[in-house]
Ligand binder design. Structure first.
Ligand SMILES: O=C(COP(=O)(O)O)N(O)CCCCO
Ligand code: NA
Ligand SMILES: [Zn+2]
Length: 307
């Protein structure tokens, strides 16, 4: 069935695992993710960005997710990722999403609170949970671009006041991650002291980690070996994600690692099979690459198998 994150986050908050939140844009990506979660018997969040809604059209995405539930019997949370304003959050609540993010992190504190409260009121009235964000990620991804200098990490005291005043169900925090494939110029590092302080201040609030892709070197190399050019791409080491799940992180957002796995496979197939032109010949292996990546994340990083 379509479920909220309530139950899965309650469990994740008192355990050392986190729930994977994987971005979806088309049928093969959804199929690969869902097959992996079904095999790992793991809780699952499928998340849709504004860009994905424009690309695939809302009706297609909704029906594909309903089909996934019909096909597997899985409980799936359908979540709006980075909702920019009340309108898109309302639209997704009305469309049947079970969770929405209102990302007010670019606004001043009081405006972020006002906007988040407005969404919480509407969403809760319809049985939908809300994720908000406090603190700014850096990095570039789709239309999410924050100038490095303006990137400010989450303040633990502000986080406590924010949650108290908004009634939000989960909170995305900034502790050093950023969106996309170029997360660190130097050595990767997360501010674990800050994470522990935030978790201490709001122990009952599930925390969300954005920009949590690892950008695994093997997939960067594979992309580059078959015509790609993404030198210097770097993400968050997987052991840091596993560690963060022990200190309040309940939801881990992964998009870039899926993109790299899928793209590497397609580049490889097209380069090795110049005479083929049946899309199933490369979208099939792409789907398998997504499934393998998600299974790896669930099993070895998020530790969410069988949860
Ligand atoms: O936090 C993330 C994913 O971060 P990452 O780029 O590390 O996979 N997201 O919210 C997905 C970004 C949607 C726009 O592309
Ligand atoms: Na956890
Ligand atoms: Zn994000």
């Amino acid at each position: 069935a379509l479920v909220t994150t309530k139950e899965m986050f309650e469990k994740a908050l008192k355990s050392d695992f986190a729930v994977g939140a994987f971005n979806v844009n088309n049928m093969e990506i959804i199929q690969g993710i869902v097959e992996a979660a079904a095999e790992e018997k793991a809780p699952l969040i499928l998340q849709v960005s504004a860009g994905a809604r424009k690309y695939a059209k809302p009706a297609y995405l909704m029906k594909l997710v309903e089909a996934a539930i019909l096909d597997t019997g899985l409980d799936i949370c359908l979540h709006l990722d980075h909702g920019e304003d009340f309108e898109i959050c309302k639209k997704c609540v009305d469309d049947g999403f079970t969770s929405v993010m209102i990302d007010g992190s670019k606004h001043p504190f009081e405006e972020n609170i006002r906007l988040t409260k407005e969404v919480v009121e509407y969403a809760h009235a319809h049985g939908v949970v809300v994720e908000a964000e406090l603190g700014k990620l850096a990095g570039v991804e789709d239309n999410i671009k924050v100038d490095q200098k303006a990137a400010t990490y989450t303040d633990p005291e502000e986080a406590a006041e924010f949650v108290e005043r908004t009634g939000v169900d989960s909170l995305a925090i900034a502790i050093g991650t950023s969106h996309g494939a170029y997360k660190f110029s130097g050595d990767p590092s997360l501010d674990f002291e800050r994470l522990k302080k935030i978790h201490e201040m709001i122990p009952n609030t599930p925390l969300v980690l954005h920009g949590a892709s690892t950008v695994l070197p093997e997939f960067v190399d594979k992309c580059n070996a078959y015509g790609g050019s993404i030198p210097g791409a770097k993400g968050v080491p997987e052991d840091m994600i596993t560690e963060a799940a022990k200190h309040g992180i309940c939801k881990v957002n992964i998009d870039t690692d899926l993109r790299l796995a899928m793209t590497a496979e397609v580049r490889k197939y097209l380069q090795e099979n110049p005479s083929d032109f049946d899309p199933r010949k490369y979208l099939g292996p792409a789907r398998d690459a997504i499934k393998a990546m998600v299974q790896h994340k669930i099993k070895n990083v998020l530790k969410a198998s069988g949860q």
